[in-house]
Design a protein around this ligand. Structure first.
Ligand code: L34
Length: 291
């Protein structure tokens, strides 16, 4: 049965709205005599998924009037060489935002690379200084995927105040920063963070008014894990083999979409849910970093 369109949280559409607002702010900034914001993206290796997300970032940047350049480095690039590239971008006053697409090859220490990015240019909000500010509720850049999720909820009219949000996944990119954003004043959720060692997981997920799946396992969240009427946000982007598709794969989220959609009051699809919001909110950070 097709999913009730009224239940769909259309991330593609909402991200387009956000980009339109960013474009109008960028245009005003440029009309006031400033140069366009500039984003530098560092892509190491040839992971096809990463290359596709990075293409999406440049395409979206161009759409909102943000200039961008891509620095593609071979898989064999040493950690020291990557650090040198970042130091150069830190010093370049024409570069407002620096984004190092993850994952990096196994011989490179992700955290060391992140720590090298100037916090004022860290449009992912991965640097410890920015993570600390986020946790303290101080003004600053916001992590793109978590901020995109909060924006999706807000723009879909989902009440968050006093609601129980259950996050499945404790990554530094999604789970941990999202828990911080959801407990901030003005959002006001009560948050539970679950992970691979959580006992009685489905008992906890069934208590969620808002359930966020960020585990990285295809269709992990099944209908029996979801309370009737819950709002379900699917952060997963998994490529699963599919010979019926030209590309040889299809994208599925961390949620068994069709079955869960029967029970949920609202749900994000994959693709077209959180992914486009991640890109839009990263662009918003790039504009903020340029002002
Ligand atoms: N540094 N690394 C850094 N920053 C990030 O914010 C990311 N992430 C994650 C991986 N590594 C990163 C992304 O950009 C995941 N991610 C991301 C961003 C956008 C999309 C997917 C992942 C996206 O646009 N997804 C589309 C479908 C894309 C497709 O067809 O392959 C969607 O509609 O969900």
């Amino acid at each position: 049965m097709p999913v009730d369109a009224n239940k769909l949280i259309d991330g593609k559409q909402i991200a387009a709205d956000v980009r339109r607002e960013i474009k109008s702010d960028v245009d005003a900034h440029v009309a006031a005599g400033n140069r366009a914001p500039f984003l530098a993206v560092v892509l190491v290796g040839d992971n096809p998924a990463s290359a596709s997300y990075v293409r999406g970032k440049h395409r979206a940047a161009a759409e909102v009037g943000i200039d961008s350049e891509n620095l593609t480095l071979p898989d064999s690039t040493s950690e020291a060489e990557i650090l040198d590239v970042i130091k150069r971008l830190n010093r370049d006053e024409n570069v407002d935002g620096i984004l190092v697409q993850l994952p990096l090859p196994p011989h490179v220490d992700d955290q060391k690379v992140i720590n090298a990015i100037a916090p004022s240019k860290d449009v992912d909000c991965f640097h410890p200084e920015n993570v600390g500010k986020l946790m303290l509720g101080l003004p600053g850049l916001k992590p793109a995927t978590p901020a995109g999720i909060v924006e999706l909820l807000r723009r879909s009219g989902v009440e968050t105040s006093g609601k129980h949000a259950v996050i499945v996944g404790r990554s530094n990119i999604v789970g941990k920063p999202l828990a911080n954003l959801l407990i901030q004043k003005g959002v006001d959720c009560t948050v539970t963070v679950c992970h691979s060692r959580t006992r009685n997981l489905s008992e906890i997920t069934r208590q969620a008014d808002i359930l966020i799946a960020a585990i990285g396992r295809p269709e992990f969240i099944t209908a029996d894990m979801v309370k009737e009427g819950a709002v379900v946000i699917d952060v997963g982007i998994n490529r699963v083999e599919d010979d019926t598709r030209d590309r040889g794969y299809r994208l599925v989220g961390d949620v068994a979409f069709e079955a869960v959609a029967e029970i949920a009051s609202a749900i994000t699809p994959v693709p077209g849910g959180v992914g486009p919001m991640t890109i839009a909110l990263m662009l918003k950070n790039t504009l903020s970093a340029s002002i």
